[in-house]
Design a protein around this ligand. Sequence first.
Ligand code: ZN
Length: 70
Amino acid sequence: MIVPEYGLNDIVEMKKEHPCKTRSKIFKITRMGADIKIQCEGCGSIAMMPRSSFEKRLKRVIEHHEVEGK
Ligand SMILES: [Zn+2]
């Protein structure tokens, strides 16, 4: 499986919906590191998971922001 390029503030779609009332699959990446923090676009709650789990759950990147000057 090819993992798409992703970065801070990107909007991503996960394979499973967030178990909140909005059932949103759309999340925003709010922290990049050994652990990835994603924020549910439906309810605004934040989930943190290791990068490997994140990549397994990631379905696609909806909005990718190019990081400049890096
Ligand atoms: Zn949610």
